[in-house]
Write a protein that binds this ligand. Structure first.
Ligand SMILES: Cc1cc2nc3c(=O)[nH]c(=O)nc-3n(C[C@H](O)[C@H](O)[C@H](O)COP(=O)(O)OP(=O)(O)OC[C@H]3O[C@@H](n4cnc5c(N)ncnc54)[C@H](O)[C@@H]3O)c2cc1C
Length: 172
């Protein structure tokens, strides 16, 4: 389903859109979050309060309703989606000066030609498959969420030392 970390990742309390009582982030994420509150008959937190901890400014959303609103936004924008699909291969398309993309769908492999690729995987999977280098920081925040659940979803294995440094990420 659409929604990424908010839906598939189970982090269904997006924030922070405000800082010191003033809205500093808007855009599609904010629009979807506020629409979700309207649709579900809820209320937004009081963003004016600067004395409360930051997590009290997060907006708890129902993941399934949020995913449905994402679907609606995508359909309204006239975008064709291909759900339950992952990338298998990305190679330069010399004929069309673009990219030839092989996709794994529920019904098997299929190919698409594209002029432009936008990598929204959150892990730069498309970038890596297209043959470009990506950098993974060696130093990680020791408070970073352990990626056990994300590993299950995204199919990578990372080993981590006791001091919080990532040693290796294996995307196979
Ligand atoms: C616990 C936690 C708390 C956070 N708190 C905040 C916060 O308070 N404020 C804030 O601004 N940010 C926060 N973040 C960060 C924020 O969630 C991310 O920066 C944001 O979700 C990234 O959005 P994205 O669309 O780039 O990627 P994602 O939300 O990761 O979406 C990527 C999507 O691509 C799909 N995908 C991945 N690989 C493939 C593939 N190979 N083929 C097909 N599909 C693929 C995934 O299933 C997913 O649906 C938090 C993150 C976590 C984990």
């Amino acid at each position: 389903m659409l929604g990424g970390t908010v839906t598939n990742g189970g982090v269904n309390f997006p924030g922070l859109f405000h800082a010191w009582g003033r809205q500093v982030i808007a855009g599609i994420g904010w629009e979807l979050v506020t629409r979700r509150v309207v649709e579900a008959g809820g209320t937004l937190p009081n963003f004016a309060g600067t004395a409360v901890p930051h997590w009290q400014h997060h907006v708890r959303v129902n993941s399934f309703l949020y995913a449905a609103l994402c679907d609606e936004a995508v359909v309204d924008a006239g975008v064709d989606t291909l759900m339950h699909t992952m990338l298998a291969r990305v190679v330069p398309d010399s004929e069309a000066n673009g990219w030839l993309v092989t996709l794994c769908t529920k019904c098997g492999l299929t190919s698409r030609r594209t002029a432009i690729l936008i990598d929204a995987t959150g892990d730069a999977n498309v970038t890596a498959l297209a043959g470009f280098r990506s950098t993974l920081p060696i130093e990680r925040s020791p408070r970073q969420l352990r990626p056990a659940r994300a590993s299950h979803l995204y199919g990578h294995r990372s080993s981590r030392r006791r001091d919080g440094r990532a040693q290796r990420v294996d995307w196979s």
